[in-house]
Design a protein around this ligand. Sequence first.
Ligand SMILES: Cc1cc2nc3c(=O)[nH]c(=O)nc-3n(C[C@H](O)[C@H](O)[C@H](O)COP(=O)(O)OP(=O)(O)OC[C@H]3O[C@@H](n4cnc5c(N)ncnc54)[C@H](O)[C@@H]3O)c2cc1C
Ligand code: FES
Length: 279
Amino acid sequence: MNKRFNLPLCLPIEKITSEGLGTITLSFTIPSVLQTQPLPGQYFMIWNPGDDEIPISISNFDSNNSISFTICSEGETSNNLTKKNKSKLIGLRGPFGNGFDIVEKETAVLVAGGMGIAPLRYLIYYLLRRKNIKIILIYGAKVEKELFFKTELDNLSIEKHFCTDDGSIGYKGFPTEILDNLLKTTLEKKSTEIYACGPELMLKAILGVVKRYSLERFTQFSLADRYIRCGFGICGSCTLDDQGLTICHDGPVFRGDLLLNVKDFGLFGRKSDGSKFKL
Ligand SMILES: Cc1cc2nc3c(=O)[nH]c(=O)nc-3n(C[C@H](O)[C@H](O)[C@H](O)COP(=O)(O)OP(=O)(O)OC[C@H]3O[C@@H](n4cnc5c(N)ncnc54)[C@H](O)[C@@H]3O)c2cc1C
Ligand code: FES
């Protein structure tokens, strides 16, 4: 069992990397109280002292206990975090949630949309250590400059398919179209596990594609596009109707066969007051 910090552990920012468009990656060295490595897909609650606390996926973790979080400026707290200087103290609580189930199959297909690349970046490095898994990344964004880590990803020896809505780089269209095409042509379905993270409407479309190939059981979705408050399943802010699953504790990663039976998936999100809104 992994140990986690239930109370924020304040650590100094060791490194800040700009990823463009005001998005930054913050790196910290965490003490070795974590007995095992956190899983890709798990998240930490990141507390900006004097401000608020927000859920952020692990975007990398290495053998030197260096952990990274990539934060894009969406509102007040995330924006304040992107303006921090090196050595400033930040509170970390976690790791929380169920991460990706790492399956030893021949091929791992990773499908990312926008900031959904953050947990999948850590998954890429995690899988690269398992030398026998072929990694195929499909990564889409609205425009070229919103493809985070593009140069870093270009330098990795994995198969990559980039796409943009406006065709400014890569295929002009959506990640779902590339996935559908690969499943139709080259992918050996029995030996493929699919991992996806991005906007929920994209995840819903992916579920539609994989269902056509009866791969919903072998596709894992990170619902990191949802609202999380407490992080450990007690406040109800992140409940998925009508199964009563919590994103923060039961997720954020769920398999497609389970999501097929979740009425809210791809239809309704929840605001911070718990009320629903149409996606
Ligand atoms: C499991 C998980 C992993 C995430 N990983 C990342 C990541 O790696 N990088 C990243 O940039 N963002 C990530 N997010 C989203 C990030 O938590 C929100 O962008 C952030 O909380 C916005 O807070 P704010 O105060 O800056 O914005 P606000 O002004 O409060 O809101 C801006 C937007 O962010 C949403 N939001 C606000 N608070 C939360 C919250 N507590 N949880 C989720 N969404 C919220 C709001 O619904 C709104 O759409 C993740 C979210 C979840 C649930
Ligand atoms: S955020 Fe509190 S139950 Fe999930």
